[in-house]
Design a protein. Structure first.
Length: 563
């Protein structure tokens, strides 16, 4: 608490007038252009038809450059500057603001490079808060493979490389795709620049990373008996606002002296990088692979159709399908679902986003429309007509013993003031790691939420089992242990429990890399802290809230896998 941190140093020093230097202070708040846009005018971009499937530059090797392109994201909008990952193709195949997918094979490692070809300083449509960034308004990039089981220096890791990569510089990483830690699954890679992740991702720096194996081949038919080929549809959902000139609108704080805002919520929904698209399907079974790519919005998706089953989540496929009616996905959570349109031939079905039910809590304003599904009447290829009774994946059931249980507090400090920030364990990001699991051991991490909202907690390196959520007396815990920087970590909240631990949701059956830590509960997850083959201790990673505004300020901590 007495350390002079990045934030406080600049707050009391050179950064004090930063907000005044931005053109935003003289630009009147523009009404977002979103409410005037007519939905469902353009088709959903698909792999090979609006989403580029990356071309390797050598055997098991990809070379991307981060570059600015312009795309029209809706027919009633001017074109939008978008930051994109270019595989060398020039991105003529990218239709919208999301448009790149790597297809990897479980067990086959990849070498990937990312070269910064973007502007050296932030444009005025991306309002950087220079109190949070290591190098002011310089654009510093770092790509993280979300869900990757990799060495620390291939992680895109703001603890190891806080300054990221500047213009002309190249980040080179080695993605192990090692089994069983990286089974067939939908991962994604996105920018993780320190203090600017929220802006770099809004600008477009996010892409899909699809891992295949001998069962989940992506073809139809396949050994799993699920839809494939054109009947497997990725859905990357992101909410955005727009200026009338087509640029993304990212609001600046209305608190004098602050630029950072607590959470970014859009007033239009983009799916695969297009505003409110439509999707034409045949009256048969489909596989939808849904990723919540929003900065802060928790989705509660009503999947239209007659019957829906979830078959997997972040950590890959499960052992059996689970019937679902709604998909409640916090930022970075994924759902792999089978949807049967066979009984709704000819129907026009809206996919809607509803307010998430308690105990999930979010201040997001309503945004109901997502996309429209148009069911045709003809079937080109029948595909599977039944749901498999078993799947070639796994339920999460980590055998003990649990070597260590760690108690991690989630704190919000100075809300609605110029000094507003969030933290973990009452500590700033820059402090040395306090979570130091021994390699190969199993640990329980208990997220003690002392704030009013749900935080999607994401751990790099590992996937985990959700053990459960326990209601507790937040006020009593807070008044006993809280301080000016929040409550410290390391204190067991069990004496404050007000009821028994609730089991995981049916949709938390498998391994996950992001868990909803709801207010009023402490949430326990269990992971085995292994390292990739040939990688030796110590290795440093980070864990953080995946609400990108929170991650940037300052709800993120390093952790170290030790001997
Ligand atoms: Cu958060």
């Amino acid at each position: 608490m007495t350390t002079i941190t990045r934030r406080r140093f600049v707050q009391y020093g050179i950064g004090a007038g930063a907000a005044l230097a931005l053109p935003w202070s003289v630009r009147p708040a523009l009404a977002s252009a979103g409410h005037k846009l007519m939905p469902y005018l353009e088709p959903l971009p698909l792999p090979g038809a609006g989403i580029v499937v990356a071309t390797p530059t050598g055997p098991n090797q990809y070379s991307f450059s981060e570059t600015q392109i312009e795309r029209q994201l809706h027919p009633q909008l001017p074109s939008t500057p978008v930051w994109a990952y270019d595989d060398g193709s020039g991105l003529t195949g990218q239709a919208g603001s999301f448009g790149m997918a790597v297809v990897a094979q479980s067990g086959t490692p990849l070498t990937v490079s990312f070269t910064h070809n973007l502007p050296s300083t932030y444009p005025d449509w991306l309002p950087v808060d220079t109190r949070e960034t290591p190098l002011g308004n310089q654009v510093r990039l770092m790509t993280h493979l979300h869900g990757g089981f990799v060495a620390g220096d291939s992680d895109g890791n703001p603890a190891l490389t806080p300054n990221g990569f500047g213009p002309g510089e190249t980040q080179t990483v080695y993605y192990t795709n090692q089994q069983p830690q990286m089974p067939a699954s939908l991962l994604w890679f996105h920018d993780h620049g320190l203090g600017a992740t929220r802006l770099n991702v809004v600008a477009g720096l996010a892409a899909a990373y699809i891992v295949r194996d001998e069962f989940d081949t992506g073809a139809e038919p396949n050994p799993t008996g699920i839809p494939g080929g054109p009947y497997e549809i990725p859905l990357v959902i992101q909410d955005r606002q727009f200026h009338r000139d087509g640029t993304f609108l990212y609001p600046v704080s209305d608190i004098p002296g602050a630029v950072w805002i607590g959470e970014y919520f859009g007033d239009v929904m983009l799916v695969n990088g297009k505003v409110w698209p439509f999707l034409e399907v045949e009256p048969r079974m489909y596989r939808l692979r849904v990723l919540n790519g929003c900065n802060a919005r928790i989705l509660n998706l009503d999947i239209p159709g007659t019957r829906t089953w979830q078959i997997g989540a972040e950590g890959g496929m499960w052992d059996k399908p689970v019937p679902v009616t709604r998909l409640v996905l916090a930022p970075a959570e994924r759902a792999d679902v089978l949807v049967d349109f066979s009984r709704v031939s000819g129907a026009i079905l809206p996919m809607k986003n509803l307010k998430p039910l308690k105990p999930v809590s979010s201040p997001a304003p309503s945004l109901t429309q997502v996309m429209e599904i148009r069911v045709g009447t003809r079937i080109t290829q029948p595909g599977p007509s039944t749901i498999p009774t078993s799947l070639p994946g796994r339920a999460a059931n980590i055998a003990g013993p649990v070597a260590t249980t760690r108690y991690i507090t989630l704190n919000e400090i100075g809300a609605e003031t110029v000094d507003w920030f969030l933290n973990l364990n009452g500590m700033d990001f820059e402090r040395a790691p306090t979570e130091t699991p021994s390699v190969g051991t199993v640990e329980d991490w208990v997220y003690i939420n002392l704030t009013g909202d749900t935080h999607p907690m994401h751990t790099h390196l590992v996937t985990f089992q959700v053990v459960g959520r326990t209601p507790f007396d937040v006020d009593a815990y807070q008044s006993t242990y809280g301080g000016p920087n929040g409550a410290p970590g390391g204190i067991d909240p069990t004496p404050f429990a007000t009821g028994p631990m609730l089991p995981p949701e049916p949709t938390e059956r498998g391994f996950k890399d992001t868990v909803k830590a709801n207010p009023g509960y402490f949430t326990t997850v269990r992971a085995k802290y292994e390292l990739p083959k040939g990688v030796t201790t110590p290795q440093t990673y980070v864990y953080h809230c995946h609400i990108l505004e929170h991650e940037d300020n300052d709800m993120m901590r390093p952790f170290m896998v030790t001997a």
